[in-house]
Design a protein around this ligand. Structure first.
Ligand code: PXG
Length: 455
């Protein structure tokens, strides 16, 4: 394990090694190094058990929209726990917080989407999507319309349906996934896969893959297409401008549902309430989580278009739900979180002030010798690390992304590495001064990484 100055750090690391199985971790490596123990947080900063202050460039895991340490959320949670800590929504019961939250979420959602099914997470949301869309087509007398088209390197969660809908090869390899009835098309990742095409031409090509797949599977068998407006976990992949308009054209031609996975883009990250608003998409279902509660408590859900709700409502029982669907404490926290986002005009501030500033500062990194591309939108950013700017060739086999991530950690910044793509998604309340801190640290760590790979 790594050298520590606080004896308690070592004790916690031993507990990790002896008893804890962490998500998405190499257990051998974790045992050798020991996890970094995060003890508290405020605003956009975290502190570890060694006393280091770290700027969290990832808002936790893309979720802490309003920043850490807002007492209002703790207070409503405590109040709700005293009043009604739990009751379920099965068997024709309900409670005030979930009903009020459904109304507020429907107010924010695009027009014509006025109902919400709540879950405990984004993954459960996408499991709900799978069951809902198949149920919908069965009720419409087309039970064979089952296939869901998704994208390679999309991320839709870690449950069996979520990981199957997602296009992560490493996840599919473990557990014999995807399950039947889910097929994948190419992603609109120009920098990595666009070759000699212009971004515009590549965007059209990638969108046309959807039409090809619909025709190959047969429109009569396709239930839905699911996609993140911007792929998050895949590496902040911002599609070329030609992509979404072409996808919309294709969706208009065929009778299939469109599911926007808004787990990352939802609740303000693009400077609009939803990524679908930013790209003017008209989803039939939207998966939500993360920013819904700012991660203070787990909650997800699916917002459903009225036309779909009409069919489902006339179809008898929908045999699906979770013990914690619409949990009252989570609902109360979500309501307070949304109140803060609205009252403090946080989404407007992102759009008008902090996103333009972050994007400007981020692009200053483009001149760095290690950087092949900088892209971003709203409070999302990606920095591609390359050996050769002109050819976009990588440092094969060096793990440059991980080297850079480690320098960031050691210099008080959390920036995530997806392969050799560094990504950021800070809290929506980040200030201009904190954006300066983030970008100054990022540049320093790029310098250190360059030195390390060249030295
Ligand atoms: N959809 C999207 C678009 C997501 O980003 C999920 C669904 C699943 O949500 P839950 O709440 O079940 O985790 C996510 C989650 C990463 C990373 O490495 C991203 C997520 C989860 C774990 C790791 O960036 N996103």
């Amino acid at each position: 394990m790594s050298v520590t100055s606080n004896p308690q750090t070592r004790q916690w690391q031993e507990l990790s090694s002896d008893h804890h199985l962490a998500p998405f971790s190499d257990y051998q490596q974790l045992k050798e190094k020991g996890p970094r123990i995060i003890t508290h947080a405020k605003g956009v900063h975290l502190w570890d058990s060694e006393g280091h202050k770290i700027l969290d460039g990832m808002a936790g895991l893309w979720c802490v929209a309003i920043g850490y340490g807002r007492d209002e959320l703790a207070d409503v949670a405590a109040r709700q726990m005293r009043e009604l800590p739990y009751y379920n929504l099965f068997f024709q019961t309900a409670h005030p917080p979930v009903l009020e939250l459904a109304k507020v979420v429907a107010e924010l959602a695009p027009a014509g989407m006025s109902h919400v099914f709540f879950t405990g997470s984004g993954s459960e949301g996408n499991d709900t999507v799978l069951r809902l869309v198949r149920h919908y087509w069965a009720l419409k007398g087309q039970p064979q319309k089952k296939v869901i088209i998704s994208r390679i390197n999309g991320y839709h969660g870690s449950t069996v349906a979520g990981a199957s809908l997602g296009g992560m090869v490493g996840m599919h390899e473990q557990g014999d996934l995807p399950i039947p009835g889910i097929v994948h098309i190419a992603q609109p990742y120009w920098f990595g896969e666009g070759g000699d095409m212009t971004p515009e031409a590549f965007g059209i090509w990638a969108a046309e893959e959807l039409e090809k797949k619909i025709l190959e599977v047969g429109e009569a068998n396709v239930a839905a297409f699911i996609a993140e407006p911007i792929q998050g976990a895949g590496g902040v992949i911002i599609p070329p401008d030609s992509y979404w308009p072409k996808i919309k054209e294709i969706l208009a031609k065929y009778d299939i549902l469109f599911v926007a996975d808004e787990v990352i883009c939802g609740f303000g990250r693009t400077g609009e309430w939803f990524g679908s608003d930013y790209y003017d998409l008209q989803p039939d279902l939207m998966t939500i989580a993360k920013g819904l509660t700012s991660g203070y408590i787990p909650m997800g859900g699916v917002i459903v278009r009225d036309l779909v709700v009409k069919v489902i409502s006339e179809g008898g029982d929908f045999n699906h739900g979770f013990t914690y669907s619409g949990h009252p404490v989570a609902a109360a926290v979500a309501l307070e979180n949304i109140r803060i986002l609205r009252d403090e005009q946080i989404v407007t501030r992102v759009k008008e002030e902090t996103a333009p500033y972050l994007q400007k500062r981020l692009r200053e990194l483009a001149d760095h010798p290690l950087v092949g591309e900088v892209r971003g939108l709203g409070l999302l950013g990606a920095i591609e690390l390359v050996r050769d700017k002109a050819t976009r060739a990588r440092y094969e086999g060096l793990g440059v992304g991980m080297i850079c991530r480690q320098f960031c950690f050691d210099n008080g910044l959390i920036m995530r590495a997806v392969g050799d793509t560094m990504i950021i998604a800070p809290s929506l309340v980040i200030t201009k001064a904190e954006i300066d801190e983030l970008l100054d640290k990022a540049r320093k760590c790029l310098d250190l990484t360059l030195e390390a790979v060249n030295g």
